[in-house]
Design a protein. Structure first.
Length: 429
């Protein structure tokens, strides 16, 4: 397979061209022939014009790429090596939503041929590839797993908005269903991953490795959030505590905050779901999720209590929320926990304006039925710095005092203005 791809006798297809799939497709397209498939024709048209719908890549990133963008699954029949990189979200009950993954699997299965390879990059629980996906590939293709086609798992490690730890610079974990496929898949990825490839011993090990990466971060952030609650009651600034503790060489540097997005706030639920199937209640993981899921309510309650203590009438108070995306310097608003803070504040009767230079007003309206404010509309009783966009880092107290009616509160959820606020009421996690 590797030799045929390098010789450009066969094609590689990437199914799902979001923030994970598109960079992979373009990197491979600089070395071999690639088919980029997505179910949304409007996204395909943008990519044909060298526009990344996720706003992560520049037009130059599309240059010198041998890639055919398509929404027609018939075009996938030309491929021999398939990479599935579709979202794996959770539903309203915090259970895995495998519909996008299983739909993509059915699409691949319908065009699968003898000798083909299928590699999954979507984050799943251990066992999902072999227990949920492979039966669909067999059913749709009429082929026999191992005998007629091979499967592997290579978890994505892309960090949206990170211009340093990009795809090729991050060590890639790969795996296959047998020794031959494991080596072939690793060699294919070595074409584009300059940081190197780690060959996991099995598909399940690779799946498990990915799921605990984000679960570990989730638990550590939950610990920071709980510390923040404790230190707030004690009148201690959490960031000052972490700064002091961080002087020890082996102290792990995590920080409190809202935990959203489609990785850290989602992946632990895949692990707790699967562990429950084995009769195990994942106590630490569930506790961490409970703390992090409750942070929006906690933040809103703290803001409201401080406004009341300042003598503000909630029904006549106005709040500015700075930031709507799930993390800094990205346009992605999916599973942003800022919306939960906004809803909680509105529930208390506060008027709330929301600004974000990176978020699309149309997407925010469609996703959350919320209108972004094109600009600030003074005067505010509280400002919530929810996301640490670069655009906000240069703001100073003079700016904030110019758009509030004092006394006013600055709720700095990311601690970016610590030590810079002298006249306004200041609070951070």
């Amino acid at each position: 397979m590797y030799i045929e791809l390098v010789a450009k006798k066969e094609k590689l297809a990437v199914i799902g061209l979001g923030y994970v799939g598109l960079p992979i497709a373009l990197e491979f397209a600089r070395k071999i022939k690639v088919i980029g498939f997505d179910i949304k024709p409007e996204r395909i048209e943008l990519m044909k014009k060298k526009v990344d719908p996720s706003n992560e890549l520049n037009s130059e990133d599309f240059d010198n790429c041998n890639i055919h963008f398509t929404a027609n699954k018939e075009d996938l029949k030309e491929a021999k090596f398939f990479i599935v990189a579709v979202p794996t979200p959770i539903d309203d009950h915090k259970s895995p939503d495998l519909k996008p993954l299983l739909s993509a699997t059915a699409t691949v299965g319908s065009v699968l041929k003898k000798g083909d390879y299928v590699v999954y990059e979507s984050t799943v629980y251990p066992g999902c590839t072999e227990e949920d996906c492979i039966p669909i590939l067999e059913q749709k293709s009429g082929l026999k797993y191992l005998q007629d086609f091979k499967v592997g798992f290579s978890p994505e490690r892309i960090n949206p908005g990170d211009k340093n730890h990009t795809l090729t610079k991050i060590l890639k974990v790969t795996s296959g269903c047998d020794p031959e496929s494991a080596e072939e898949i690793a060699k294919v990825y070595e074409l584009v991953i300059t940081a190197g490839v780690y060959r996991a011993s099995s598909i399940k090990v690779a799946e498990a490795a990915k799921i605990i990466e984000n679960t570990q971060r989730d638990i550590n952030i939950a610990f920071m959030n709980e510390l923040s609650m404790i230190f707030t009651k004690m009148g201690i600034n959490t960031y000052e505590v972490l700064e002091a503790a961080g002087t020890k060489w082996n102290f792990l540097k995590f920080y409190p905050g809202l935990v959203g997005g489609h990785c850290i706030g989602v992946d632990p639920y895949y692990l707790t779901y699967k562990s429950a199937k084995y009769g195990h209640h994942a106590q630490i993981i569930n506790a961490g999720r409970s703390i992090n899921d409750g942070m929006a309510e906690y933040v809103a309650r703290e803001i409201v209590q401080k406004l009341i203590a300042m003598g503000k009438e909630l029904k006549n108070s106005k709040v500015l929320v700075m930031g709507m995306t799930f993390k800094e310097n990205v346009s992605d608003i999916r599973n942003s926990k800022v919306i939960d803070v906004i809803r909680e504040l509105k529930h208390f009767g506060l008027e709330v304006d929301v600004i974000d230079p990176h978020a699309s007003p149309e997407e925010v309206k469609e996703e959350y039925d919320l209108d972004l404010s094109p600009n600030v509309k003074p005067r505010y009783d509280a400002i919530v710095a929810a996301v640490s966009h670069e655009d906000y880092l240069t703001k100073d107290e003079k700016y904030f005092r110019g758009i509030v009616r004092e006394p006013a509160l600055l709720a700095d959820l990311k601690g970016i203005y610590r030590g810079k606020i002298k006249h306004l009421e200041y609070w951070s996690l």
